[in-house]
Design a binder for this molecule. Sequence first.
Ligand SMILES: *Cc1c(COP(=O)(O)O)cnc(C)c1O
Length: 415
Amino acid sequence: MTELKKSDPEIYNAVVGEIERERDKIVLIASENYASRAVLEAQGSVFTNKYAEGYPNKRYYGGCEYADVVETLAIERAKKLFGAEHVNVQPHSGTQANMAVYFSVLKPKDRILGLSLSHGGHLSHGVQANFSGILYKTFSYGVDKKTGLIDYDNVRKLANRHKPKILLAGASAYSRIIDFKILSGIAKEVNAYFLADIAHIAGLIATGNHPSPVPYADFVTTTTHKTLRGPRGGMIMCKAEYARAVDKMVFPGLQGGPLMHVIAAKAVALREAMTPEFKRYQLQIIKNARELAGALAGRGFKIISGGTDTHLMLIDLTGNNITGKEAEAALDSAGITVNKNSIPYDTLPATITSGIRIGTPIVTSRKMKEPEMVIIADLISRVLNDPENTTLINQVRDKVKVLCRKFPVYEDIEI
Ligand SMILES: *Cc1c(COP(=O)(O)O)cnc(C)c1O
């Protein structure tokens, strides 16, 4: 980054700081990942200079011959990877992808039914502060208080009562397999469109480590930067009959020019996702999450639903004499980054919470395996049992640094 260093030292220093933070901390944020050097290079390429409004071979700008190459490859790779009939790779984010689907089939005040935010759902699934809650009449289903699992009979009951036009599946903090087949059946019964938002689990689905909703869903939306390990962005898959409506709503409906550098990076990530290495990587993410959940449970932590089938787990801290906010702060000062997270039926506000969410995509990208998960569980447990002990926090931070050094990120990066 010699040019950046010269021309803008403030931004240069922040980038260096971020490189060091990602390198020296154990990051367990379930929605994040470390993209490959190839993805970073594509995203940092000259495609950031190009306007390409429209779609491949139907552009509103000249000079799109290479833009067409990357967008066509991204689309074809996504179709092949997920078995989708139609793909749009232009949404700038997961929320934009959901917005485009809603706008393509809903009118303001139409009804949507999705998983409650406080039970693991996402803002864009009908939360009042979000456009989805502002524009539409939104209803939510939750998880069972005892089991922590989605109560499908209750979803059916609510769907029959509220008659949503879209039934939504998908979550940001749900650790178990989602039965897309059952949910698509419920959508059919009430004549609703079925939208599966696989933002978190796209990588697991792409590699057969979680059942795919693609055969059952009218629409499937995703981000490309979570388990899929691509650049930050969104993507829509849908049945062929909705292709025109979706494409028209993304552009010109909601967006102007696509981010061609991001689309180039999406194409790179989608190619990586077809490799046997990526398949092994996704399986290891799950094995690591299981190991970590088991090791934490063995140290007296309550895991919502008792464990995990995916890349993440939700820890219920109500029995540990610490809030989610305090746990997040104590762990971060020890070099372990997690996020506070509401647990189902939480009695504390979302700014404090009674839980933390932990995910294994990043530590698995660093090639950590089960033995390291046991070490991490031990470090987490020590900090959360004695969060004000600064000597202990410093000891843990040193141990974190040693572990991180053994599992480097971007080894050849020059700063
Ligand atoms: C992360 C996420 C999104 C949105 O992603 P952004 O790119 O941050 O807008 C949408 N849905 C679910 C379920 C998510 O977890």
